[in-house]
Design a protein around this ligand. Structure first.
Ligand code: NIG
Ligand code: FE
Length: 415
């Protein structure tokens, strides 16, 4: 593979720093190189620095002139529900008429309606849909995502979804980190306790044996899985050496954040209703909060999580899309940057750290991706702006110019 030099960025952000997720003031340190460039060899980053210096060392390389654009590590989206069939347009319209998430679920919409469509779809059909959506992520500048199962809710259907993720990894440039979310909802035709037993005794052992997931997640919420059921499932997952994430305190404050802290989870996600005690608990075991403002926005709520308090408490905050057909139909990290700044009072710099290096550490990949440093994979996003703050500022306008994964251009607006 020929070496590749990307030269003349207006601003290149290395995100270099300590080899761990960033907290407090570190969230604002993006490692800017004005007029920067980089040299890529064998899919990895070789040199990063001022463009004239790179040019001298790049005699054998193909040269790409970035024309004064912004360069970032590819975004890392640490919370998505990538694999599903159908859409939830009817839910969307009902919501516009004023019905709530819970009312819509009771009336036959919600997670269960997506489960029915996903069960009917073949592995091939799901793969084709997931490929289409994977293309959307790349187009928004995202090069790695976490993806959860959870629209199958039978052993075979959950395995089918996880296999789609595996095949996606083999067939598309987007890297997918798989999470088992068998406990996303209780199927209509069974009792909660029976279903928890099925998750623990049949699903989890198979998922672990076939190495189909790195993490286990639970939807801990009134009407879904209570604290005790969530604890049982996540404890069983931990015994099988899966790491833990959790949907907690989204619609009500049920003590989910504390549970994630107690179990030593890697992340606690949502946290819209988490209070100061929950935040303090997360800090005790350094659980990373994953905040999902896209779902607050799309549900028409104003209950954004307390990002500033979490940052002040010293938590290594993460922002993600929560891409799913129900509560957050967006693959766009730039949209999330906008929401983080306007609705959660994060600075553009904090938001960039929370969508690159911090999520990479939450996915156990902080040493391989998400900063532009020697030896890291050349996963890079180039944006059509001069100042990185424009990414959060001009909302609703796609700004991606080109995207590289392992040094190969996988998306470009240029011919
Ligand atoms: O993260 N909260 C639970 N799960 C998703 C919603 C999934 C759906 O509505 O299909 C979420 O918001
Ligand atoms: Fe989610």
């Amino acid at each position: 593979m020929k070496a590749l030099a990307l030269l003349h960025a207006s601003q290149l952000f290395t995100l270099s720093g300590p080899k761990r997720a960033r907290a407090g003031k570190e969230l604002s340190e993006l490692g800017i190189i004005r007029g920067g460039g980089l040299l890529i060899r064998d899919g990895k980053i070789d040199i990063v620095g001022p463009s004239d210096e790179i040019e001298k060392k790049a005699r054998d390389a193909e040269i790409v002139d970035l024309g004064g654009r912004v360069v970032l590590p590819g975004f890392v989206d640490a919370h998505t529900h990538l694999v599903f069939a159908g859409n939830r347009l009817d839910d969307f319209e009902r919501r516009a008429r004023g019905e709530t998430y819970e009312q819509i679920a009771k009336a036959g919409g919600g997670i269960w309606s997506t489960v029915q469509k996903t069960r009917t779809a073949s592995e091939h059909e799901l793969l084709e849909l997931a490929k289409k959506h994977a293309g959307w992520f790349l187009k928004c500048g995202t090069t790695t995502i976490e993806a959860k199962s959870g629209y199958g809710l039978t052993l075979e259907d959950e395995l089918k979804i996880l296999r789609v993720m595996q095949r996606l990894n083999e067939g598309t440039p987007l890297e997918v980190v798989p999470t088992f979310l068998g406990a996303h909802a209780v199927p209509r035709d069974t009792s909660p306790d029976k279903y928890v037993d099925l998750v623990i005794n049949e699903m989890l052992p198979r998922v672990a044996k076939e190495k189909l997931a790195e993490f286990c997640d639970v939807f801990c919420e009134r009407g879904y899985f209570d604290l005790e059921q969530s604890r049982k499932i996540l404890t069983a997952a931990k015994m099988l050496r899966l790491k833990l994430r959790g949907h907690v305190d989204q619609l009500s404050n049920s003590g989910g954040a504390k549970l994630m802290a107690e179990l030593g989870a890697t992340t606690a996600d949502h946290l819209e209703k988490t209070d100061e005690q929950g935040i303090a608990a997360l800090k005790k075991t350094n659980v990373q909060p994953v905040l999902l403002p896209g779902s607050v926005y799309a549900l028409g709520s104003t209950s954004y999580p307390r990002a500033r308090e979490m940052i002040d408490a010293g938590l290594a905050i993460v922002l993600a899309t929560d891409f799913n057909p129900g509560s957050s139909p967006t693959p766009s990290i730039p949209m999330v940057l906008s929401l983080a700044c306007t609705q959660m009072k994060m600075s553009p710099a904090e938001a960039v750290t929370a969508t690159t290096i911090n999520p990479a550490y939450s996915l156990n990949r902080g040493d391989e991706i998400a900063s532009l440093e020697f030896g890291k994979l050349a996963n890079i996003a180039v944006f059509d702006c001069e100042d990185y703050r424009e990414l959060a500022y001009w909302f609703g306008v796609p700004r991606t110019h080109s995207v590289y994964v392992k040094g190969e251009r996988v998306y470009s607006t240029q011919k």
